[in-house]
Write a protein that binds this ligand. Structure first.
Ligand SMILES: Cc1cc2nc3c(=O)[nH]c(=O)nc-3n(C[C@H](O)[C@H](O)[C@H](O)COP(=O)(O)O)c2cc1C
Length: 179
């Protein structure tokens, strides 16, 4: 099966592509991992393209840009943890999307190591530990397929159920159940 489809010949530019695709709301995750010689240096970046892929076997995926420095740093360890951000973690969404050259993304961030060896951000709505199963090239992004090894929702179990952070048309918001 083809993994790299032909370039589009659509009559639109990249600004229109971004604007239209921005009308699709997503959740917000921070995908974390470890980097460095000893594999103990935490790294992570904000990712909206996270998706569930398969139940049996349990697979998930996300799409980092091919030029992502964070993906290049975490890829050699072959594992990652997806942290689903809560509505109270908008600051982490922007912090983990800023250039890691300008700031240390983990400064003042509470985290602990997951069973699989990647950072869990405290008070995330859910975390999903994975090993890298496959990495596909897709246009200007990779599709990283992860085999799920452990996962938990509402890990802080603080009596206030999980409320996710949502991203829509460039802004952050909250989910409101109506039915
Ligand atoms: C809400 C939101 C969702 C994002 N989703 C993605 C994504 O799915 N893939 C991606 O490569 N970058 C995504 N980004 C941008 C990255 O977070 C950002 O480009 C990255 O942190 C750059 O650093 P790096 O070069 O160290 O990877 C998103 C940013 C925001 C604010």
């Amino acid at each position: 099966m083809a993994t790299n489809p032909p370039a589009s010949s659509g009559s639109f530019d990249s600004a229109q592509f971004r604007a239209v695709l921005g009308h699709f709301p997503t959740g917000v995750t921070v995908v974390t991992g470890v980097a460095g010689e000893a594999g103990q240096h935490p790294v992570g970046f904000t990712i909206g393209s996270f998706t569930s892929v398969s139940l049996d076997p349990p697979l998930v995926g996300f799409l980092p840009q091919m030029n992502s420095e964070t993906w290049a740093q975490m890829a050699p360890a072959g594992r990652f943890c997806v942290n689903v951000l809560s509505r109270d973690q908008a600051d982490l969404c922007w912090k983990f999307a800023k250039s890691a050259h300008d700031i240390n993304r983990f400064t003042d961030v509470e985290w602990r190591m997951s069973p699989g060896g990647a950072p869990i951000l405290e008070r995330a709505v859910a975390w999903i530990d994975c090993t890298v199963a496959e990495v596909y090239e897709m246009g200007d992004h990779f599709f990283v397929l992860g085999a799920v090894t452990a996962l938990e929702a509402d890990a802080n179990n603080d009596g206030d159920g999980p409320h996710p952070l949502l991203f829509f048309k460039g802004g952050l918001g909250r989910f409101l159940a109506e039915s």
